[in-house]
Design a protein around this ligand. Structure first.
Ligand code: 3QA
Length: 233
């Protein structure tokens, strides 16, 4: 077993690296990859840089180059659902690309031929996250995450994404990581802690809460990793 843990920004993985303590660093394709063992299991950790393209590269690299056989994403997101507040955790049930648009040909938003509007995350790990949450005394919402190459700081755009995809939160990497993992048959789990509400105050809220929310997410991800390892024994 080799578990990949990825984020998009340094802030999203630094709490994980701190927890690991020691690791081996490898430079590959313009990113740094950190390899370590945790409770006897191999891990590879990295941040991709922001957006769908960089996250695609990193997810693919973790699987194809480093040999990861499952992938967990930890990071922050903008809330769409009014029930999600700063610091709250959301587990993605399925993900879509909100900026993928060939609707001129009569296709729905987020769809291209031979693709799918939604990619579903691994059901076992979602199930497991409920147990982990209750053990931690935390509440975790499940929901749909929409991904696109935009930092959304606009109520109208956010509402459109919510309505069009039934999405509860939005970010810039989950949908592309989902496509990679699904194509390569790698079970994946995408967790985000809310940093902002994707509205006109989003950039200020993001700056204020990136670190604390990223930490919330990372802490939960490490408990998930522990649980995965326990389960495999
Ligand atoms: C935003 C990060 C990107 O990796 C996606 C955060 C939180 N709130 C969001 C929102 N819209 C879209 N995505 C998000 N992540 C990068 S821009 C800031 C870069 O600062 C999730 C996310 N409202 C760099 C300093 O100049």
């Amino acid at each position: 077993m080799k578990i990949a843990i990825m984020g998009a920004m340094p802030e999203e993985i630094s709490p994980i690296l701190e927890k690991l303590g020691s690791y081996k660093t490898t430079q590959y394709a313009g990113n740094k990859y950190y390899e370590s063992t945790y409770r006897g299991v191999d891990l590879v950790v990295a941040y991709s840089k922001i957006g769908k393209v960089f996250s695609t590269l990193t997810a693919t690299t973790m699987i194809e180059h480093f040999g990861a056989d499952r992938l967990l994403f930890s990071g922050v997101a903008g809330a769409i659902s009014p029930t999600l507040k700063v610091g709250d955790l959301i587990v993605a049930t399925k993900l879509s690309q909100h900026d993928l648009d060939i609707t001129a040909f009569g296709h729905p938003y987020g769809y291209v031929p031979e693709g799918a509007v939604f990619v579903e995350a691994d059901k076992e790990m979602i199930e497991m996250s409920k147990k982990v949450a209750s053990e931690m005394g935390k509440s975790v919402q499940e929901g749909i995450i929409a991904t696109g190459d935009q930092f959304v700081a606009n109520e109208e755009r956010k509402n459109w994404i919510g309505k069009t995809f039934g999405a509860d939160a939005l970010e810039m990497e989950g949908g592309s990581v989902a496509v990679v993992c699904s194509a390569l048959n790698i079970p994946f789990f995408i967790l985000r802690a809310i940093s902002d509400a994707a509205d006109m105050d989003a950039s200020f809220s993001f700056d204020e809460f990136l670190e604390s929310s990223a930490k919330e997410s990372a802490e939960f991800i490490m408990k998930m990793v522990q649980s995965i390892i326990e389960n495999a024994k």
